[in-house]
Design a protein around this ligand. Structure first.
Ligand code: UDP
Ligand code: MG
Length: 317
């Protein structure tokens, strides 16, 4: 039976926490009585330096029922870091960990399917939203644009998948080899490989309270996603340099023709050529330097170069 842990980052969630905990407990009890998860499965809240009563509520829940556990961060470090803390702390205790937001916008009834897929041999099971009707138009537009831009920029993410996913102990151990500090989990998890699958669900509205992801934080997350996963923006400079330099060649021809036809005032041709050529060359040079900086950047992450999935050798029966 699967020993399932939940990792739930919470930041100022006093309004939803009790409600969510009740729903999760119900779900867990049902799954336990149906024999889908083991009796020592746990629900773990990670308090991301909340300023309200979040931690008190987590402590109360823990005293009321040991199925609830808590981890308190020393200060607010953001959703991604709080979640990472949860995953890395729980990887040695659980068979599999599901990460989910405290507001339960993601459907907890997909737990069964996720666990079934895990037992079927999947190491990562992504929760994917089928619809976004409950989001405001603005949220939907910005969020879907966000996935598209990320993919164009070379950060491969699963479309409409946020941080609701199941990861096996094996996947978490592989993930722990990624030591980088700028993290964008949903872009990094697909990098580890292994057998994975998706489950789809309809995202509902926040139980209570308001989104802890205002536009500013969303933009910061998008920027973090692009810059921590890809050096595509640097490459765009090289391209731009090439294009500008190409234009400069056309301008040189044009100004020389103008010069020989006597259409110009003196000094115009040389000025025009230098401006375009120098501009293009500078951009190209910055792009080339940028390529190397990008390489250095990727090297400093010291990512694992490979992760072994299966081995057939003498020990294999
Ligand atoms: N969260 C966090 N630290 C932060 C901001 C958010 O741990 O600095 C948590 C929050 O408590 C919630 C999850 O991240 O469990 C997602 O936040 P929210 O539901 O507000 O985001 P949205 O669903 O609006 O994108
Ligand atoms: Mg939410």
């Amino acid at each position: 039976m699967t020993k399932l842990y939940l990792a739930i980052p919470c930041y100022n969630e006093e309004e939803v926490l009790r409600d969510s905990a009740g729903k999760l407990l119900n779900k867990y009890s049902t799954m336990m009585s149906e024999g889908k998860i083991s009796a020592d499965s746990r629900i773990v809240f990670i308090d991301d330096g909340s300023k309200d009563r979040t931690w008190e509520i987590i402590s109360e829940l823990h005293t009321e029922n040991p199925v609830f556990q808590g981890i308190k961060l020393s200060r607010n470090r953001g959703h991604q870091n709080a979640l990472l803390c949860g995953l890395m702390t729980l990887k040695d205790k659980a068979d599999a960990v599901i990460s989910i937001d405290a507001d339960l916008q993601d459907d907890i009834n997909t737990f069964d399917e996720m666990v079934a897929k895990y037992e079927d041999g999947c190491d990562v099971v992504y929760g994917v939203r089928s619809k976004r009707e409950t989001d405001t138009f603005f949220k939907r537009f910005t969020a879907e644009g966000f996935y598209k831009i990320l993919n164009h920029m070379g950060a491969k993410v699963i479309f409409n998948h946020a941080d609701f996913r199941l990861m096996s102990k094996r996947a978490l151990n592989a993930f722990s080899l990624y030591k980088e500090t700028n993290i964008f989990l949903r872009g990094m998890v697909p990098m580890i490989g292994f057998k994975s699958d998706i489950v789809t669900y309809e995202r509902s509205e926040r139980l209570a309270g308001e989104s802890k992801y205002p536009l500013k934080k969303m933009l910061a997350l998008a920027w973090e996603g692009i810059t921590s996963l890809s050096i595509q923006p640097i490459r765009m400079i090289t391209w731009l340099g090439g294009i500008v330099f190409g234009i400069s060649l056309i301008m040189i021809i044009y100004s020389l023709v103008s010069f020989f036809c006597g259409w110009t005032v003196s000094g115009w041709s040389s000025l025009l050529c230098s401006i375009w050529a120098i501009g293009g060359l500078q951009l190209l040079a910055i792009g080339v330097i940028g390529e190397y900086i990008g390489k250095i950047y990727m090297e400093t992450k010291r990512r694992p170069r490979f992760i072994v999935d299966k081995v057939l050798d003498d020990n294999e029966q």
